[in-house]
Write a protein that binds this ligand. Structure first.
Ligand code: SF4
Ligand code: SF4
Length: 358
């Protein structure tokens, strides 16, 4: 249990207005079209993560995906990247960072994604959200937002706590027209596994969806969950019943400390585009293939689709696994892996909703 009790005001859940219902139905139809397109055509990315700024306003001690000095990428450069992803046939772009809200022209990037008919998602720590900022995200056409909350009370490792962020969740419940998912974490280094359940229950009270991620140990190893973590993990998985991740046994194997047998389609169905505009397999395997997005072609997608990833058995990147599920039943990988190292140690799981139903 958390050492410090947190007393929260009663949550005022989001109202399902006619407008929100209509938006949710349209979003779901677009997602279904995306799945159909993914099944029909193998040669396009389903999900791309795009980094418009590496700077973050926080400094979580486990994180290796931020700095405290980088400038935002120029808007014209970001729009070119969105346009190129559209040309490749990408169906979802999720903007992350660093902290994407620090990018002064984030709304224009979202607008460009939507102009191409792609789904627009973002991952934020939520600190900079205000009612006015949420309305601007509504107007830009954001489809999905994910916020990760690591604990109930802030500690030395993470300030992404329910204590700080609860008022942001209330703002989202009142003002957001987009889908909101709250991700909590269990696993090594998390002092109080029950915090994740408190966070998840609070998300449900507000009318959001809730997911759970399992994080690595400090040495990069994924260890089986202990009895307390397992109980919390199972309870939160019960909250995911309305989501596509109910079909995903990937995390169950991670929870048991077992390898997963799957074909990672990173570099093909999933792309990670860093602030320098290079395509990487994922946040944990930066440098492969490391090619500029502007030069990335269908031939690259075809090659990477067939390329085995030697880090796949103990991978914890759930979003890539979910994206790869679409091709799990077809096409073996016959090209030998280029990766010569395990996934970056200590990087936490980023549990991102690939359907963006984070
Ligand atoms: S985990 Fe997120 S909020 Fe924390 S330092 Fe990294 S980018 Fe910033
Ligand atoms: S770490 Fe996971 S997602 Fe990244 S390339 Fe390896 S198997 Fe794929």
């Amino acid at each position: 249990m958390s050492t410090q009790p947190l007393v929260l005001s009663p949550a005022r859940p989001r109202k399902v207005t006619l407008r929100r219902r209509r938006l949710a139905i349209t979003r779901r139809l677009r997602e279904l079209r995306m799945i159909a397109k993914g099944l029909f055509d193998r040669d396009h990315p389903v999900l791309a993560h795009l980094i418009p700024i590496r700077r973050c306003n926080l400094s979580c001690t486990y994180c290796n995906e931020f700095d405290d000095f980088s400038k935002p990428v120029d808007l014209s450069v970001m729009l070119d990247r969105v346009d190129h992803l559209a040309r490749l046939g990408t169906t979802i772009i999720t903007i992350s960072g660093g902290e994407p809200i620090l990018h002064p022209e984030l709304d224009d990037i979202i607008r460009r994604i939507r102009k191409h008919g792609m789904l627009a998602g973002m991952i934020t720590n939520g600190y900079l959200l205000t009612a006015e900022r949420i309305h601007r995200l509504n107007d830009a056409g954001l489809d999905h937002m994910q916020i990760s909350i690591d604990n109930v009370m802030p500690d030395e490792a993470s300030k992404k706590s329910l204590k700080v962020l609860d008022r942001k969740l209330q703002l989202l419940a009142e003002h957001a027209d987009f889908h909101v998912n709250i991700n909590s974490v269990v696993g090594s280094g998390i002092r109080s596994p029950e915090d994740a359940l408190t966070v998840s229950n609070r998300a449900i009270e507000y009318g959001f969806t809730s997911t759970v991620g399992i994080i690595h140990d400090g040495d990069g190893q994924v260890r089986p969950l202990g009895p307390r973590e397992r109980a919390v993990y199972k309870a939160i998985k019960g909250h995911e019943k309305s989501s596509y991740s109910q079909f995903n046994t990937f995390q169950d194997a991670i929870a048991d400390g077992l390898p997963n047998n799957w074909r990672c389609r990173a570099g093909a169905r999933y792309l990670y585009i860093c602030e320098d505009g290079l395509v990487h397999y994922c946040s944990q395997q930066r440098g492969y293939p490391g090619k500029p997005l502007a030069q990335y072609t269908v031939d690259d997608i075809k090659r990477e689709y067939r390329t085995e990833k030697s880090c796949s058995p103990h991978c914890t990147v759930s979003c890539v696994h979910q994206t790869s599920l679409i091709d799990s039943w077809r096409d073996s990988q016959t090209i030998k892996p280029a990766i010569d190292r395990p996934a970056v140690p200590g990087t936490p799981l980023v549990h991102i909703e690939t359907t963006t139903r984070r």
